[in-house]
Design a protein around this ligand. Structure first.
Ligand code: AMP
Length: 551
C-alpha cells in the first residue's frame, strides 16, 4: 500500500500526490495527517516552512471538504499574499481529481472587486490574509459562518505583522464547533496566548525542537569588517559555481544598493523589497524561480512567504535586528531533506548575538574563513578542466581536427594547457588572483571579541568605570590599550577580552598580587557547566575552512 494511503487518504488524493511526485510523507505529514483526518481535535504544529506543513494540513482539508455542499468549509489564514497563493496552488493540486472543489486565495494589494466576483461563485476552501478577509467580511462578500476548519498558518509571522486584531475579529465570526489548527515556526508568548484563547486541548506536535533550527541547515558565521563585507560576499558567491541563494539585508535601501552593485559586477541578481509594486515583485520572484536570477537580495519583510525549493545558501548580509527573523531567514534553505548553508556575515562585535542565537536554536554555529582569492581562482580553473574532461566533442568540429592540430603543431602538451588555462581566465578570476586577505585579523581590537577572555576580581567597586579599569590594566602590565577588547565590568569582578600574548602579561602583572588588601585572581574565564564548556570550545576552536555546499 502507498505510504500516503496508509495515512487514511483516499485514492483521488493519493493519485494527486503521486502526480506531484511526492514519494513518501515527511515527518510532520505522517504524524499529523491521521490525527487531523480521524480525531476531532484542535491542533498545534510547531514547524517551519520546508517541513511539508502545507500538505500536512492541506491534504486532510482537501480530503474532508465536500464539493457538493456550496459552503465555505475551511478557512486558512496566512500572513502574506505569496503564502496564500502557494497554499491555494498546492491545495488545488491535491484536489485536482476531486470534481468541483473550489479553492480561492484572497489577499491585499489586488483588485477586491474581482475577488468578490470569485467568492460569489461559491468557494469551499479559502486561503486569506487577515486584513483582506476582514475587509471582505465587512463588505458582506464572504460568509465564514459555516467553516468547520480554521488553519492559522505561520501564526508567529501573522502576529509579528500586527494582525492580532483582524484575527480576533475573524475568529469571532466562525462557529464554536469548528476545529482550529495552528502552525508556527516559533512559539513566542503571543502565539501561546492565541492558542489558549481560541483552542480547546490542542494536540501538539513539533517537528524538531520548538524554536530550533532545522538539522539540514549548516549554520555558519564569519567575522568580517564592514568595509570588506561586499568583497567577502562575492568570495562566497564565487566559491560555489552553483550557488542559488538568498541574501538578506536589513533595509530596502541596503537591498537595492547591494543588488545594483552585484549586477554591475556581473551577477544575475535582483532585489525584493517593499518599494516594489506587486507586479514588480511577481516578476522578480518568477525570474528567481526560473533561475534567471541566481542571487535574490531581500529584506525580511519582503521575503515573507517566499517558498522556493533547492535554495543552496542563505546569506545574512547583517545579523537580523530581531533574532526571531533568523529562523525565518535560514528556513528558506535545507528544505525537504536537502542540505543548505545559512551564513552570517557578522560584524566582529556580533559574536555575543551569535551566542544568543546558538542558545535559542540549541545549535552550534561554525566559524568559517572567507575563501582566499587564490583558492577561488584555483577552484574555478580546476572546475573548467574537469568540465573539459566530461565534455563531449561536437560532431561539427571533427572534420576540422586535422587542420586545427596542424595549427598548433610544435606546442607541447604543457604549453597547450598553460595557454588554454590562461585564455579561460575571466575578468572575475583575475580579480580574485589579486584579491586581498579579508579574514578579520585575530586581534582583540576594541570592538573585537576575539582573543582570550580573562576574569579578574577587580570590579566597579575598585575602579572608575571601564576607562579606570583599562588604565589600571595597561599601567600595571605595560600593555597598550588597543590589546584589550570588550570589557564587561561587574561590581566585584570583570570579564575582558585580550590579545593572547598581552593576556599573559596581564596575568603575570596581577595574578596572586595584593590589591587594596586582598589577593587578586586573574584567569582565563572558565564556563561553569559542562554544556557551556562545550559551547565555548566550539567558539574557541579554530575557524573551519569554508567548504561550500554539502551534498
Ligand atoms: P512546506 O513546508 O509546506 O512549505 O513545503 C515545502 C515544499 O516541499 C513544497 O514545495 C512542497 O510541495 C514540498 N513537499 C511537501 N511534502 C512533500 C513530500 N512528502 N515529498 C516531497 N516534497 C514535498
Amino acid at each position: 500500500m502507498n505510504e500516503f494511503s496508509a495515512l487514511g487518504l483516499s485514492q483521488p488524493v493519493v493519485d494527486a500526490i503521486a502526480a506531484l511526485g511526492f514519494e513518501r510523507p515527511t515527518s510532520i505529514q505522517s504524524q499529523a495527517i491521521p490525527k487531523l483526518l480521524h480525531d476531532d481535535t484542535d491542533f498545534i504544529g510547531l514547524a517551519q516552512t520546508g517541513t511539508g506543513k502545507t500538505a500536512a494540513f492541506g491534504l486532510p482539508l482537501v480530503e474532508m471538504a465536500d464539493a457538493s455542499v456550496p459552503e465555505t468549509q475551511a478557512l486558512i489564514l496566512a500572513p502574506t499574499r505569496e503564502l496564500c497563493l502557494q497554499i491555494s496552488r498546492e491545495l488545488a493540486q491535491f484536489g485536482q481529481y476531486q470534481k468541483g472543489l473550489r479553492i480561492l486565495p484572497v489577499y491585499g494589494g489586488a483588485d477586491i472587486g474581482k475577488q468578490i466576483r470569485e467568492l460569489k461563485k461559491g468557494i469551499h476552501i479559502l486561503a486569506a490574509t487577515p486584513g483582506r478577509l476582514r475587509d471582505l467580511m465587512r463588505r458582506g462578500a464572504v460568509d465564514i459562518s459555516k467553516v468547520q476548519y480554521v488553519v492559522l498558518d505561520e501564526a508567529d509571522e501573522m502576529l509579528n505583522m500586527g494582525f492580532k486584531e483582524e484575527i480576533d475579529e475573524i475568529l469571532q465570526k466562525t462557529p464554536e464547533s469548528k476545529l482550529t489548527w495552528l502552525f508556527s515556526a516559533t512559539m513566542p508568548e503571543e502565539v501561546r496566548r492565541i492558542s489558549n484563547q481560541y483552542m480547546v486541548k490542542p494536540f501538539e506536535l513539533s517537528v524538531g525542537q520548538p524554536n530550533t533550527g532545522n538539522e539540514d541547515i549548516d549554520h555558519q558565521y564569519v567575522a568580517v569588517r564592514p568595509k570588506d563585507r561586499y568583497d567577502a560576499l562575492r568570495r562566497f558567491l564565487d566559491y560555489d559555481s552553483d550557488v542559488y541563494g538568498l541574501v538578506f539585508c536589513r533595509t530596502r535601501r541596503d537591498a537595492g544598493e547591494l543588488a545594483e552593485q552585484l549586477t554591475r559586477d556581473g551577477y544575475r541578481t535582483d532585489a525584493l523589497h517593499g518599494d516594489l509594486s506587486q507586479a514588480q515583485r511577481d516578476r522578480v520572484m518568477e525570474r528567481f524561480r526560473s533561475r534567471h536570477i541566481r542571487i535574490l537580495i531581500a529584506t525580511d519583510v519582503a521575503a515573507r512567504g517566499i517558498d522556493v525549493d533547492n535554495i543552496t545558501h542563505v546569506f545574512h548580509y547583517n545579523i537580523p535586528e530581531d533574532l526571531n527573523f533568523y529562523t525565518h531567514r535560514s528556513g528558506r534553505t535545507g528544505r525537504i531533506g536537502r542540505k543548505g548553508i545559512s551564513l552570517i556575515l557578522a560584524h566582529p562585535k556580533d559574536l555575543a548575538l551569535i551566542r544568543r542565537l546558538e542558545k535559542r536554536l540549541k545549535t552550534q554555529f561554525s566559524p568559517v574563513e572567507i575563501p582566499s582569492g587564490q583558492e577561488i581562482f584555483e577552484k574555478r580553473l580546476l572546475g573548467f578542466f574537469r568540465r573539459i574532461k566530461k565534455a563531449e566533442g561536437h560532431e561539427a568540429i571533427r572534420p576540422m581536427l586535422p587542420q586545427l592540430m596542424e595549427e598548433l603543431e610544435g606546442l607541447s602538451r604543457e604549453e597547450l594547457i598553460h595557454r588554454l588555462a590562461s585564455m579561460t581566465m575571466s575578468r572575475g578570476m583575475k580579480t580574485h588572483l589579486n584579491g586581498k586577505e579579508l579574514n578579520a585579523k585575530n586581534k582583540a581590537s576594541r570592538s573585537s571579541t576575539k582573543g582570550v577572555e580573562l576574569f579578574i576580581n577587580i570590579g566597579n567597586m575598585d575602579v572608575e568605570g571601564k576607562a579606570g579599569f583599562l588604565s589600571l590594566i595597561c599601567n600595571q602590565s605595560g600593555i597598550p590599550g588597543s590589546a584589550v577588547g570588550k570589557i564587561s565590568l561587574n561590581e566585584k569582578h570583570t570579564f575582558f577580552y585580550m590579545e593572547e600574548e598581552a593576556a599573559e602579561k596581564v596575568i603575570r602583572a596581577f595574578d596572586g598580587k595584593e590589591y587594596q588588601g586582598r589577593e587578586l585572581r586573574v584567569n582565563s574565564s572558565q564556563p561553569k557547566t559542562g554544556k557551556k564548556k562545550m559551547k565555548k570550545k566550539a567558539f574557541k576552536k579554530g575557524k573551519k575552512k569554508y567548504q561550500g555546499a554539502r551534498g
